[in-house]
Write a protein that binds this ligand. Structure first.
Ligand code: SAM
Length: 189
């Protein structure tokens, strides 16, 4: 058998930043065997849970910091990034100056065209229900911030993708008045 026949025919690479228990990526990898999915997660316990899911030859879970690992990827090499409910250090409005450089790097690592799906949430500082005005203002800020990094906005959807399930998503969905989620599909043209 010639070598090309034994090399899996993967055509795309998708990286999840902070893949947690790995369930989102596992479901995506199961549906799309032609794509290689790489989850980066710093927490050993979460990685263990992800690795305990059924083996898939196109899913790789790596324990480490996505800041370190993404920086080592070649520029223009990744078809898509996914971030589902990133920790506040990587999305909080007040910490923007701290995390901006990281998403500039994410943008550089994307192929052209490439995509970045972000699922994130807003909560009120006093844990009161999040009002419509507050949600709309935050949405505008979020989109403008990522536009200023070079991303274009392809689609904005209130809530989280129904087909995604993870420890944090399942928990956040239980409190929709106080935790309002948003899904944004950014693209690098
Ligand atoms: C709020 S949780 C969301 C996890 C998962 N995406 C989900 O939906 O359940 C954020 C995750 O990011 C991970 N994380 C935080 N900083 C990280 C970093 N620098 N590198 C890799 N993972 C990180 C945390 O350990 C945690 O599992």
């Amino acid at each position: 058998m010639s070598e090309p026949d034994i090399v899996p025919p993967h055509t795309r690479t998708i990286v999840e930043l902070g893949s947690g228990d790995g369930r989102v990526l596992h479901a995506l990898a199961q549906k799309d065997p032609q794509t290689v999915y790489i989850g980066i997660e710093v927490d050993a316990g979460q990685c263990r849970q992800a690795k305990a899911l059924d083996y898939l030859q196109n899913l790789f879970i790596t324990q480490g910091s996505f800041e370190d690992l993404v920086a080592k990827m070649p520029n223009g090499s990744i078809d898509g990034f996914i971030a589902v409910l990133p920790d506040p250090s990587y999305i909080d409005e007040k910490k923007e100056e701290q995390w901006r450089p990281f998403y500039k790097i994410v943008y550089a690592k994307l192929k052209s065209p490439g995509a970045f799906r972000l699922v994130t949430e807003i909560t009120d500082e006093l844990l009161q229900p999040v009002g419509r005005d507050e949600f709309d203002r935050w949405t505008v800020w979020l989109l403008e911030t990522f536009r200023s990094l070079g991303f274009q906005v392809a689609e904005v959807t209130e809530g989280s993708p129904e087909e995604y399930s993870s420890r944090c998503l399942d928990q956040f969905r239980g409190d929709p008045e106080r935790i309002k989620m948003l899904t944004v599909d950014f693209v690098k043209p």
